[in-house]
Design a protein around this ligand. Structure first.
Ligand SMILES: C[S@@+](CC[C@H](N)C(=O)[O-])C[C@H]1O[C@@H](n2cnc3c(N)ncnc32)[C@H](O)[C@@H]1O
Length: 232
């Protein structure tokens, strides 16, 4: 019997209409859907995005929802990733393909990467289906081009001392995971004397989308700040 494969499916930033045709086809057909949960009581955002596609299915597909907690303890994190890989491998071994749904694109700060490494190590096949990233979704919500001509785009997932040292080298900065960043983000950006546009976008492409000029104080989990320095 041939073994199943793991498919990391990017589901885009929130609007179900931003699911690609390819992602939609896979999710309409694959026998097992795997959706990450950050806590047992918190529903998976990626699963919610694809729910309308799954509702059209007439067959008995299976959904598994392993826990990928947002904690700092590396030992505990690795235990959770190992457990998720074991659960997925059980289905692959039976010849069933598993589609792992992930917010945005599977290659951008996605829990999929932890699973991918473990599943490859177990010698199963893995595929990736790209999705629309949250930061291009945020740029569309803000109605701005992220970069033009020879401008350099920098993606920042964590604000620490490195941000100050790279500010001079970039034109547009996408600051992701801003709910985790404190005053250091604002202080570092404001200290740069260049003219700049700062736009924060929360829950982009969702019904609850908010676009705010500047930084936001009450940051939601899905919160991104775009900083565009002017060259003039
Ligand atoms: C773990 S990363 C996932 C990134 C995703 N794989 C992608 O391709 O965009 C989560 C971060 O992405 C950003 N994000 C994801 N979806 C978003 C949305 N709908 N609106 C604003 N920011 C979003 C936020 O900065 C959030 O903290």
């Amino acid at each position: 019997m041939s073994k199943g494969k793991l498919i990391g499916v990017g589901v885009g930033p929130g609007d179900p209409e931003l699911l690609t045709i390819k992602a939609g086809k896979i999710l309409s057909d694959v026998p097992v859907i795997c959706a990450p949960r950050s806590a047992p009581e918190k529903p998976s955002i990626a699963l919610a995005i694809v729910q309308s596609t799954l509702n059209n299915r007439k067959d008995n597909y299976k959904t598994i929802e392993p826990l990928f907690p947002m904690i700092e303890d590396k030992t505990s994190l690795k235990e959770h990733w190992d457990q998720a890989a074991e659960l997925v491998a059980l289905h692959l071994e039976k010849g069933l393909d598993v589609a792992f749904v992930t917010l945005g694109d599977p290659s951008i700060f996605s829990t999929f990467s932890y699973l991918q490494k473990r599943i490859l190590k177990k010698e199963y096949d893995v595929e990736m289906v790209p999705g629309i990233t949250s930061f291009t979704g945020c740029a569309s919500a803000a109605g701005i081009p992220l970069v033009e001509k020879d401008e350099i785009l920098v993606i920042v997932p964590k604000v620490d001392h490195r941000l100050k040292s790279i500010l001079d080298d970039g034109d547009t900065f996408v600051i992701m995971k801003t709910s985790r960043h404190g005053d250091l983000l604002e202080k570092t950006i404001e200290a740069d004397a260049r003219n700049k546009d700062i736009i924060s976008v929360q829950n982009c492409t969702m019904k609850s989308e908010e676009v705010v000029q500047g930084f936001v104080k009450n940051k939601k989990y899905l919160s991104t700040t775009l900083v565009k320095f002017s060259r003039d």
